[in-house]
Design a binder for this molecule. Structure first.
Ligand code: NDP
Length: 322
């Protein structure tokens, strides 16, 4: 089969298309013939060596397709099932072997591209809005990169939960996308001071929670947007890693809470994964949640897909197709 392989970490050109054997599922695993593959920032961190993975490896942690082989001790899936999964490395390929506990069956109305677009960003937006800080009608939240893949889903889910949403974006086009997602106010953080704007929009009180996936460029000023006892939820680092931090700052800025969550810790067991996926697929079916697929690249162009993501170009999900 064809797969993207990384033999040494580095720039996008280390992503090479190669011929490799089709993997066989072991106990508890299924093999998925992939129809759509999600591209995520974490893939770029693996490629760069920021999150170490031993080489050579096939990147990619998200995909959707059809089960075409089932290992021993798998009871929940059969050959022919339509599935999606995430959090297992090796999806930039024609086939992937996946622990059955990470896969979910797809409802008939969800196609493979939508499914591959929904898993990581949708489940992440779900745990952020429903669990890390369970938003409610009394809350105002600030969502950075609100036109991004995760950002636009988070805006929509925050609205489903009844919160008021302020979103930051870099361009006019992204402002329109964030508004369409339901943001009550959009802040062009490349043009105006987002702290002043957040304070103004909240009558000086600040927000109950900031969802920050931008990291280095926004982290410290995000703390100044919070009301006392507010939640700083740093869930990504699209602009770079946040440097070491003195916890006393949380006291000075209002007895704040800080968390650095990760999807893996919010789908700890099968029940939790299935419950989040049920909500996600249900909202998609009801039309309360809309996915935005921005670009689809052939598998062989994985390097271009990474370049596109890293150049701050994306306005929704990026996919590869084998
Ligand atoms: P996005 O679609 O949100 O793309 C990133 C966005 O960040 C850009 O569109 C851009 O929006 C903004 N941005 C600001 N500065 C930069 C920069 N220097 N380079 C690139 N982008 C920048 O991506 P995702 O939704 O896929 O992921 C966002 C972040 O969330 C990533 O860091 C990812 O690792 C993380 N993540 C974390 C998860 C978790 O569980 N903790 C799970 C999933 C994703 P604008 O131009 O409007 O500023």
């Amino acid at each position: 089969m064809k797969a993207i392989r990384v033999h040494r970490t580095g720039d996008p050109d280390v992503l090479q298309l190669e011929e490799v054997p089709v993997p066989e599922p072991a106990a508890g695993q299924i093999r998925v013939r992939l129809a759509a593959i999600g591209v995520n920032f974490i893939d770029t961190y693996h490629r760069r060596g920021w999150y170490p993975v031993s080489t050579p490896f096939t990147p990619g942690v998200e995909g959707a397709g059809t089960v075409d082989a089932v290992g021993p001790q798998v009871t929940e899936f059969q050959v022919g099932d339509r599935v999606a999964y995430c959090m297992q490395i090796g999806s930039y390929a024609e086939y992937a072997v996946v622990p059955a506990r990470l896969a979910v069956k797809l409802p008939p109305e969800l196609d493979f591209q939508q499914a591959a677009a929904a898993m990581i960003q949708g489940l992440t937006a779900h745990y952020l809005a429903c669990s890390t800080y369970p938003l409610g009608p009394k809350d105002t939240c600030l969502v950075h990169a609100a036109a991004g893949g995760t950002g636009a889903l988070l805006v929509q889910m925050a609205k489903i939960r009844g919160a008021r949403v302020l979103g930051t974006v870099s361009t006019q086009e992204k402002a329109r996308i964030a508004q369409e997602a339901g943001a009550d106010a959009v802040i062009r953080y490349t043009q105006v001071d987002f702290v002043e704007e957040t304070r103004r929009l909240t009558g000086g009180r600040g927000v109950q929670v900031v969802y920050d996936s931008v990291g280095k460029e926004t982290f410290h000023r995000s703390l100044d947007c919070l009301a006392p006892r507010g939640y700083m939820v740093l869930f990504g680092q699209a602009s770079g890693v946040v440097p070491p931090f003195d916890p006393q700052i949380l006291n000075q800025k209002g007895s704040l809470f800080l968390t650095r969550p990760s999807l893996g810790h919010y789908i700890l067991d099968r029940e939790e994964l299935l419950a989040r996926a049920r909500d996600l697929f249900g909202w998609l079916r009801e039309g309360r949640l809309r996915l935005r697929i921005d670009r689809i690249f052939p598998l062989a162009q994985a390097a271009e897909a990474h370049g596109y993501l890293e150049a701050r170009q994306t306005k929704g999900k990026v996919l590869l197709v084998p």
